[in-house]
Ligand binder design. Sequence first.
Ligand SMILES: CC/C=C\C/C=C\C/C=C\C/C=C\CCCCC(=O)SCCNC(=O)CCNC(=O)[C@H](O)C(C)(C)COP(=O)(O)OP(=O)(O)OC[C@H]1O[C@@H](n2cnc3c(N)ncnc32)[C@H](O)[C@@H]1OP(=O)(O)O
Ligand SMILES: Cc1cc2nc3c(=O)[nH]c(=O)nc-3n(C[C@H](O)[C@H](O)[C@H](O)COP(=O)(O)OP(=O)(O)OC[C@H]3O[C@@H](n4cnc5c(N)ncnc54)[C@H](O)[C@@H]3O)c2cc1C
Length: 663
Amino acid sequence: MEGVDYLRDERSKAQFDVETMKVAWAGSPEAFLVCDRMAKLVANDPVFEKFSKPMLGRKELFKNTLRKTAHAWKLVNDLHLTEEEAKWLRHYIDEPSYTDLQWEMFVPALEGQGTEEQKKKWVPLAKTMQIIGTYAQTELGHGSNVQGLETTATFDRQSDEFVIHSPTLTSSKWWPGGLAKVTTHAIVYARLIIDGHFYGVHGFIVQLRSLEDHSPLPGITLGDIGMKFGHGTYNTMDNGVARFDRVRIPRDQMLMRVSQVTKEGKYMKSNVPRQLGYATMVSVRQTIVSDASKALSRAVCIATRYSAIRRQFGSRDGGPETQVLDYKTQQSRLFPLVASAFAFRFASDWLKLLYTDVKQRLEVNDFSTLPEVHACTAGFKSLTTAATAEGIEECRKLCGGHGYLISSGLPELFAFYVPACTYEGENVVMLLQVARFLVKTVSDLGNKQPVGTAAYLGRASLLVQKNCVVQTAEDWLNPIAILEAFEARAARMAVGCCQRLAEFKSPEEGFAELSSDLAEASLAHCQVIVVSTFIRRLQQDIPGRGVKQALEVLCNVYALFLLHKHQGDFLATGYLTPKQASLANDQLRTLYSKVRPNAIALVDSFNHTDHYLSSVLGRYDGNVYPKLYEAALKDPLNDSDIADGIHQYVQPILKQKLHSSKL
Ligand SMILES: CC/C=C\C/C=C\C/C=C\C/C=C\CCCCC(=O)SCCNC(=O)CCNC(=O)[C@H](O)C(C)(C)COP(=O)(O)OP(=O)(O)OC[C@H]1O[C@@H](n2cnc3c(N)ncnc32)[C@H](O)[C@@H]1OP(=O)(O)O
Ligand SMILES: Cc1cc2nc3c(=O)[nH]c(=O)nc-3n(C[C@H](O)[C@H](O)[C@H](O)COP(=O)(O)OP(=O)(O)OC[C@H]3O[C@@H](n4cnc5c(N)ncnc54)[C@H](O)[C@@H]3O)c2cc1C
């Protein structure tokens, strides 16, 4: 049998309806149709070919992306694509480009932080790409600490302008995507100064380049910050540096939704919290959670298909060897990642609803849920990106040696993905934000009943006393038992941290000293929400033969895998006994056997095209070995039998050896 037959055989064993599962993964029939149409549009267009990328030099890589991006914009206009369709088009083109910043950060920053008048002026220009913008917050010296930014925006009452200035080397803007070569505008975050007084960090719309000839405007120095990790991935993007030498902009280019500066130089705070200035980051963190499920689904699709084709050991009589997918070790590394992709998908769907809700509330100045939404987006961003980055690397290892080839698609995917752990809020810094929320919630328990995602902490006094009642491996299939275990562990960790915080001289000193424990408690809290979201999703109507059952298995795999991985926490907090932890692991092994016949069908449900996967190992048809061979032959080193440099550098060594052996 060939790889093609192996996958056909696997598909025939599926116990659920794949087409309906595709809809469950996409979120709705409409969402499925949009994704499917955009994925095929990209896959069938030769302009979006990706194979040659790893061979290109930096300048060619960059130009190639500019070409693709221009073609994509033409398609958006020619085909009258909606914003949703255009977003998926960009996603399937699969190349970091300035348009990511334009649509995911520049436009949302204008919409979220501009006044009605500002939005009316700037948003249409941006949405029609008459101006191209980026989000210039991070500096050479500061990224995480936004209030520590050094760029200044000094109000000049006489000319009714702000003067944007980079006073030090470390105040150079550093990292913004598209800044180096493309963007005409940026939202520059700077400290506002009026009459020598500092008024905190605010966003300012600054024109960077001439709209006529694209050259940098006077007083602005722009450049690229250099090559990044992974050759063909993020180097398609011109992350840039910018320095401002007393650049003047009109007063009405300060984003003034949160606070205003009048002509007279009076600083006026609206009745909205200053954290609304961070709203763009909340919006992008929510998108990043959704992207985590996509990236992880891509990696597990490759590793699962290849594991069904790859055979090693197990045959002593010349018969077929064992599919590596049948090894329990392979299953215990791979299936939790398949389950995680689904968990993150449902978590991101839920987060989107939470975010939509807070956006509507903010419109009418209801800020009550903002702290919870900030904690959820920050925490989920950290949890999902860390697990996805680790998961992609695990998938590479699951593919053995071939996983290290660029043609496997996995090294490039990892290089593309891993900065998600850093950008838009470094992951540990984000967990510490969740910790602030947890500490406040627990400290306030006497006065205020927590709601929403923190509601379970309202039962903290019960959860710290109760012990797990599980007696058999079967009991671990009960969602109530699972959820209570996660809640009890998280509540005990949060309460434990708060009790120890009280022993320090000041809360700040305690928070700094216990920050590692607080970060762990935050992760445990986020896991409660992800697990409960998965469980709740299964309580909804899920049509299709066997679809719900297959998802129930994955939900249990996800929860029990986490329980096993973090069993130290579950045991140390005293909620579980070692016997109960061991029963959970027994159940996990049984669940892997239930996933096994559905494995290929589950990853088919992601509906990924071969173009999107860009992996010889993950091909839909399973024709791996002939295509690996073919891909290898296309390497430029195989253009000739005798490579450049052989005559010059190798032959003299060989000849010298002959000469000395004669002596
Ligand atoms: C090609 C790519 C493909 C796919 C990528 C996928 C999707 C993304 C799409 C496009 C993007 C493309 C590429 C990536 C581009 C990346 C862009 C960036 O990285 S932009 C820069 C991002 N920078 C950061 O995230 C900085 C992180 N730092 C912060 O957010 C803050 O400084 C801080 C750490 C939160 C601290 O804030 P602050 O200094 O104010 O300090 P406090 O701790 O005192 O906070 C006060 C108070 O406010 C609360 N709070 C903080 N933040 C928020 C918020 N956002 N909303 C609401 N409330 C907030 C905080 O918890 C405190 O509350 P309190 O305890 O006082 O009640
Ligand atoms: C690919 C990529 C694209 C980017 N695009 C943009 C962009 O378009 N626009 C933009 O403005 N920025 C962009 N950035 C910058 C990015 O947002 C920052 O790098 C990120 O916010 C992290 O900040 P930092 O680099 O200052 O890390 P640092 O904060 O210096 O982190 C270094 C270490 O210090 C630790 N640390 C920091 N603070 C604390 C603390 N309080 N407690 C405990 N530990 C702490 C961190 O955990 C980390 O381990 C991009 C970055 C990358 C990698």
